[in-house]
Design a protein around this ligand. Structure first.
Ligand code: ZN
Length: 111
């Protein structure tokens, strides 16, 4: 279920979603902290990629560049952001993880 939204988040950040699809995603993010946090992490990952490419103000990151090291970067970023703990908690207990700065930031992004 969430995996499907993860894909939608990626497509949204690539600017490849139609308006109805974006609306559906926004609706889900408003009620799902898990996906909202994941979106923040995706965005921060792209910022890191843009920085490493020497273009910190890029609006998008070309897909080929993302593909290669996405997993390694995803892990590094989510660990650094403390997102892993929240994700694990979510997987294990099926509910929101421990309250954290990350969570409130994700909520801000949603609103
Ligand atoms: Zn979700």
């Amino acid at each position: 279920m969430h995996d499907e939204w993860m894909r939608q988040i990626d497509l949204e950040l690539d600017g490849e979603l139609s308006l109805p699809e974006r609306a559906a995603l926004a609706r889900h993010l408003a009620g799902c902290r898990h996906c909202a946090e994941a979106r923040v992490n995706h965005l921060e990952m792209r910022v890191a990629f843009a920085r490493s490419a020497g273009d910190p103000h890029a609006r998008t990151v070309p897909r080929p560049r993302l593909r290669g090291r996405t997993l390694a970067f995803w892990m590094a970023v989510s660990l650094a952001a403390g997102g892993a703990a929240g994700w694990l908690a979510h997987q294990r207990w099926g509910g929101p993880g421990p309250a954290s700065l990350e969570a409130s930031r994700a909520t801000l992004v949603v609103q």
